[in-house]
Design a protein. Structure first.
Length: 252
């Protein structure tokens, strides 16, 4: 099991996870016995070539997809053992998501998008926490705007604020800067980093960018559905060096 240092509390854990899609000629083994811990209050990157299983691992960890074999936990809850209703509740109350394509509702304002998951859950945002999140992501003067009136970077800030607002046990971000220029990407990465440092948020982020990975505490490398290595306190240079030792990781 990689990732376990001393006895730190674990926000999410995959234990010998296998994921097989399709059957016969269409059969694809996306994950081959992946075990990894994601410690609470840390920012972790998952890196690996296209098709190495990064999104599949994240979807299995988040309860968006089922595992074929093995177990997944969020905190003390075994996700793989939950029924549909409990799974829906877990995804709603304990997990946050940020996607490459933002996934905002076009007819709602920024503020309405941010509040939507809490509205659906019948919860009210804590006013002090609302202010903290809005100021962290720098959206104070954009709250009344619709997504189409915002830049890509601002839209991703809205998506991050939406994920942060429910104070989930863990936020999963799949290539959150993949559609942003480097300046907008740096803004998003900075406040993700800040939410980990200052609010103790746990974040797991898929990226293929060594600079994006350098904002995190640790990188887990996947290759062909298996964990191929890990790196603590990454710098862009250290990440590149690992990629060059294992060229199959390079493709992003
Ligand atoms: P990554 O995010 O690292 O690019 P994915 O996790 O998306 O990789 O995919 C891993 C493998 O599983 C790939 O071979 C992909 O084609 C396959 N795969 C992913 N999702 C599905 C699916 N819903 N049905 C069939 N195959 C899938
Ligand atoms: Mg992917």
């Amino acid at each position: 099991m990689i990732g376990t240092r001393a006895l730190e509390p674990v926000a999410a854990r995959a234990d010998q996870v296998w994921k097989v899609y399709g059957e016969d000629e269409a059969r694809v083994v996306a994950l081959r016995g992946v075990s990894a811990d994601f410690v609470r209050g840390r920012f972790t990157a998952i890196m690996g070539p296209s098709g190495s299983g990064k999104s599949t691992l994240m979807h299995c960890l988040a309860g968006l997809d089922t595992v074929t074999r093995g177990t997944v936990r969020i905190g003390d809850t075994e996700v793989s053992g939950l029924g549909d209703r409990a799974l829906t509740r877990l995804r709603r109350d304990r997990v946050g998501f940020v996607f490459q394509q933002f996934n905002l509702l076009p007819t709602l304002s920024a503020a309405e998008n941010i509040r939507l998951p809490l509205d659906i859950a019948g919860r009210k945002p804590d006013p002090a926490w609302w202010d903290t999140v809005i100021d962290t992501v720098g959206l104070r003067d954009r709250l009344g705007h619709r997504p189409a009136q915002l830049s890509g970077g601002q839209q991703q800030r809205v998506a991050c604020a939406r994920a942060l607002m429910g104070r989930p046990d863990v936020i999963f971000a799949d290539e959150p800067t993949g559609n942003l220029d480097s300046h907008a990407g740096a803004g998003v990465l900075s406040f993700l980093r800040q939410s980990v440092r200052e609010q103790g948020q746990t974040i797991v982020m898929v990226t293929h960018d060594p600079v994006a990975a350098s904002y995190t505490d640790r990188v887990v490398f996947l290759a062909d559905g298996e964990v191929s290595g890990e790196l603590y306190d990454p710098t862009p240079e250290k990440v590149l060096a690992v990629m060059q030792r294992a060229p199959q990781v390079l493709a992003g």
